[in-house]
Structures are given as structure tokens and as C-alpha cells.
Design a protein around this ligand. Structure first.
Ligand code: IDP
Ligand code: MG
Length: 156
């Protein structure tokens, strides 16, 4: 099982799209195992996006991410990191394919609704930035046997 960090960015919260985006992850069969509404501080935005520090869009990105509350989620499932990235779509709303979150709900390149960790290393680091111990939990799902095929003994 993998757990990834998803952030519904300020535009998603302001536009009232939280429920519809969360529904996509739930309908896919992924589990929401951590969730909170918060305002990202300057320091947290800078740490989270430190890989982009030298990029021309960095100041605007930090301004955007700290401008209004976000919803942060820990999302779990087998291959959750790649599944979520595929569900999000390409970075720019103008280019993202229909059927993806960015492709269906937005047209902007910078206001692109959602962040998702892009690797296991990034997921571990980012979950640690946004959630304290105990805030990401185990949820024993009654429907687990129908979400995954346990025929071989392990979920597939
Ligand atoms: P990702 O969110 O798809 O992983 P990254 O390249 O990691 O994309 O960029 C982080 C965020 O920075 C993007 O989600 C977007 O909000 C913003 N961003 C990236 N490239 C540009 C750009 O060329 N112009 C404006 N904003 C950008
Ligand atoms: Mg990225």
C-alpha cells in the first residue's frame, strides 16, 4: 500500500470543487486516510516547493498557495502515487486531458486545482510536512474484499 499527499489548492476550495474532487478518489477505490482544511504558511509553502525556488513562477506559486485555505489529504491504495497523478492530469489546465481533474475543472496553468506527490520519496517527505503523527490513520474497510482481488492471497 502506498500513501500520497494530495492538496486541493485555494482555487478548488474557493470554487466549491472539494466534494467533487474527493468523490473521484473515493469512487476510484482509494482511501482517504487523512484530511484537514488549513491555511499554508509562507514557510511551509517555501519548504514544500523548495525544488522550484529558482523557477520564474515560484513567487506567484507561493503567493497563490498561501492566499486562501487548502484541503490536504493523505490518499492510500496500491500504486496510489501514480494513480493519483494520472487522475490529476497534466500540470497545465489548458493542456490536461478531458477525464482528468485538471482537464475537467480548470483552464488555468498556475491555478490548476490540485497537488499530488510525484514519487515515493516525495510522498514521504510531503506527508511529513503536512501531517503530524496520528493524523494519518488506518481505516479497516469492510468493502476491501470487493475493491481488490484477494484470490491469490494478496490484494491485486
Ligand atoms: P505538478 O503540480 O504537475 O507536479 P510542477 O512542475 O511540480 O507541476 O509545478 C508545481 C506547480 O507550480 C504547478 O502545479 C503549478 O501550480 C505551478 N506551475 C508550474 N509550472 C508553471 C508555469 O510555467 N507557470 C505558472 N505556474 C506553474
Ligand atoms: Mg510537482
Amino acid at each position: 500500500m502506498e500513501t500520497t499527499l494530495i492538496i486541493l489548492k485555494p482555487d478548488a476550495v474557493q470554487r466549491g470543487l472539494m466534494g467533487r474532487i474527493i468523490s473521484r478518489f473515493e469512487e476510484k477505490g482509494l482511501q482517504i486516510v487523512g484530511c484537514k482544511l488549513m491555511r499554508i504558511s509562507q514557510e511551509l509553502a517555501a519548504t514544500h516547493y523548495e525544488a522550484h525556488k529558482t523557477k520564474p513562477f515560484y513567487p506567484g506559486l507561493v503567493r497563490f498557495m498561501t492566499s486562501s485555505p487548502v484541503l490536504v489529504m493523505a490518499v492510500r491504495g496500491i500504486g496510489a502515487i501514480t494513480i493519483c497523478r494520472n487522475m490529476m492530469g497534466a500540470t497545465f489546465g489548458s493542456k490536461a486531458a478531458p477525464g482528468t481533474i485538471r482537464g475537467d475543472f480548470g483552464v488555468s496553468n498556475s491555478y490548476n486545482l490540485i497537488h499530488g506527490s510525484d514519487s515515493p520519496e516525495a510522498a514521504e517527505r510531503e506527508l511529513g510536512l503536512f501531517f503530524r503523527a496520528g493524523e494519518v490513520i488506518e481505516i479497516d474497510r469492510a468493502v476491501e474484499q470487493w475493491v481488490y482481488d484477494f484470490g491469490s492471497g494478496k490484494p491485486e
